[in-house]
Structures are given as C-alpha cells and as structure tokens.
Design a protein around this ligand. Sequence first.
Ligand code: NI
Length: 258
Amino acid sequence: MNKIQYFDSHAHYDDKCFESDLDEVLTNCFECGVTKIVDVGYNKETSIKAIELANKYDFVYATVGHHPEEVYSDTNLEYIYELGKKEKVVALGEIGLDYHWDNDKVLQKKFFIEQIDIANELNLPIIIHNREADMDILNILKNEKKPKVDVVFHCFSSSGEIAKEVLKNGWYISLSGTVTFKNARNLHQIAYDVPLDRLFIETDCPYLTPEPFRGKRNDSSKVIYVCNKIAEIKGLENEIVAKQTYENACRFYNIKEV
Ligand code: NI
C-alpha cells in the first residue's frame, strides 16, 4: 500500500452516536488511510464491546480497563484478568485518576494501583487517563507502583514540565484533536518539543473533534488533522509524522505493521 497510513491510538466506538452507521464510519476511516484503530474500554461492558468490535474488523484492536470515573466501593476488577487475555486485546486502559469531579480520590488510587499490578501480570502496556491529577499519577507510577510495561499518557493536556517528566521515564505522549485548537499554545509547544519517536496521535472520538470540524461528531478519519497539525508545528512532512506515529503505536501495542 503506497498511500499514507495513520494509526488512531484511542477511540470509543461504543458510543451511542455511532449506533446507526458504525460500519459506514469505519469503512470510510480505512479508505481514508486510517488502517489501525485502538478501541478503548473504560468498564466491563465497554471492554467487552471493544473486543467484539476488534473481532469484527481486522484493523481494529481492543483494550480493557476501568476508568477512574467508573469506580465504586463494590467495583470488581476480576473481569480484566479474563478479558485481558483475549486475542486482539493490546493494552490495559484507560486507567488513572480524574480529579475534575468530586470523586473519591482514595478509591480511584486503589483501583489505579490494582490495575497497574494486573497490567504487569498480563504484560499489557498501560493507557493513562489523567485529569487534574498530575502529581498523584506521577507519584504512583514512579514510586508507589512502578509499571514493568510501557505507558502512554493519552490525550495529553498537562504542562511542558509534566511532559518532560513523562519522557524522562521513557513513557509516551498521545496528542488528540485539542492540538489543532488555535488557542492551545501549551499543546503547540509540547507538539514541538516532544521527540517524534515518543508521540502517538489519537482522536478520542466521538469527543475532542479537531479543527475545522469542531462541534461535529468526531471519528478516526479526523486523526489525519491531528497528524497534519503536528507536522505543521514541527516543520515536517505530514507523511513523516504519520509514518513515525504509526510505527510508535504498533511497537507499543505490539501490533504487526502490515
Ligand atoms: Ni478515552
């Protein structure tokens, strides 16, 4: 295939807004050159759905995991052991901490740490969800419970200082459509500074639709706009950014490139 290929490293096709035309959407993504998509689970139900989708489409892969906004005192993570061993499951996530809402921080930390243990045991890389919880996330990953597996900070939105810390530890940074927003100067700087071999591109669709489609439903075909914006910021050819981010994600998720 001579066409440029793109890897959308983070999508949510379980969302209701895809109910009526998912097949059409995914076919179009593939035709646009988005030939790898990772569909991300965030609780038991969506992890099962992600695996079902991955079984249906060759170019779609799945993750299993329990999002910090989904944890309750009676949450049971047993399902992750079982689902995590299924074919086409390529990561554990998205997991982490979310302090935006008034959720129980102690409970979030407990389940985050437990899932790092599971990822180590299953030898699956980890996708981090971090919202307003920089210091606690770094503290857990660096001190309390060090992962033995690769880690990516998905939809990165923290400061340049935190980005440096992530890179220093050998982890990855994934940029979403927010990097295309005009006033996202911090993210533009991060896109410029982060070495290309440590970057992923993602849509996090149906959320975070890039320019010039803001306000519309997002899907993986629009990861091309994320790629092109990063290329523009770095002063590189679009093709170079597409190729390198594709290779990075394939290596991280242990997916064959062809
Ligand atoms: Ni997500």
